[in-house]
Ligand binder design. Sequence first.
Ligand code: ADP
Ligand code: MG
Length: 388
Amino acid sequence: MIDADLVSFFTQKFKSHPEFESSAPGRVNIIGEHTDYNEGFVLPCALHYKTEVVGSKREDTIVNAYSLQYPDQSESFDLTKPIEHSEWAWGDYLRGVLIELLNLGSDLRGMDLVITSDVPQGSGLSSSAALEVAIIGLFNFAYGLQLSNKQIARLGQLAENNFIDCQCGIMDQLISADAQAHSALLIDCKDLSTQAVHIPEHLALLVINSNYPRKLADSEYNQRRDACERVASTLGLKTLREASMADLRRIAGVVSEEDFRRAKHVITENLRVLDAADALESNDVKRFFTLMYEAHLSLKNDFEITVDATDGIVDIVMTALNGNGACRQTGGGFGGAVVCLCDERDVNSVIEAVQNQYHKQFGLSADILICEPARGLSAQARINSVGS
Ligand code: ADP
Ligand code: MG
């Protein structure tokens, strides 16, 4: 169901009903951290938090846009003129994806469009990917471009890499475009093949944002990437995807102890992602919980991207769940969020434990989001009856 405020805002601004609608979700990564740039495996899940866009084609080549989250900032540019950076930060996501669509040689004309979203911005749920995928999805449908979900995801990633200057991988856009209902998506970052993995219905999905101020994230991220590349090249490999623990042990004395642990995380994490997908698929939730917590310990002890605050939330939640669920740092680390899967019946005790203990121990308050796994991009024509 498209947000009624979105349609009435469009109607008020453009004096007509929108012809098309598109919707794309935010996401959380369930397991598979820092494996993407090593051409490994990830297992993200799309969430019910989503970005919606409604629009109508124009005869000329002008794109006019609004976002309900920034109602006073209007966007307007011509697709036949060089596309410069926008006055508004959000406008660059729109311009960035249109540059990529034009680079494909697509025969585009303009669009009037309005955006809205309930994906929290900058909280690690990837509101930017949801925005890119929803907009590309709208143009794809309206102009019959016949792009696959994978191509849509790639264009969103290129927009971030080339116009926003964020060197992200393709995971966020691919899960937003391609997620199946009530499933996580196993993505092989080497060849981008995907497999939907059903999430058992009785499991609840929580994202708990630590609100820890992220400081060193970019420089530390680059250091981790460099460490992985050093070990791969010592092994004569392009990436750690091709490496086994036996390979790593052979060069134990050659690489530094720290680099050894960085590579150990990546190699073991890839195995955990495949095992976890298997465990979920076969409803072996105990095994799945064990793997999730092992993944956290690997990030904490070997990859060293957690902080006391996120480790603290994980401890609080693991104690509250007493084996009936699991919790781990999600995303790049150095703060950010943790993801928890547990039985629906235990959600309240998790929330209570975090509310009672986290602020007391760390002086911060956490945002707890109860999430539903959701499907990916959908775009269609709107059936415009009066008042729709
Ligand atoms: P995230 O982790 O949420 O992806 P980013 O910094 O990558 O964080 O992207 C957030 C940015 O995406 C916002 O600052 C804004 O420019 C843009 N954005 C996200 N959602 C919307 C929206 N609904 N309307 C306009 N811009 C949005
Ligand atoms: Mg983003």
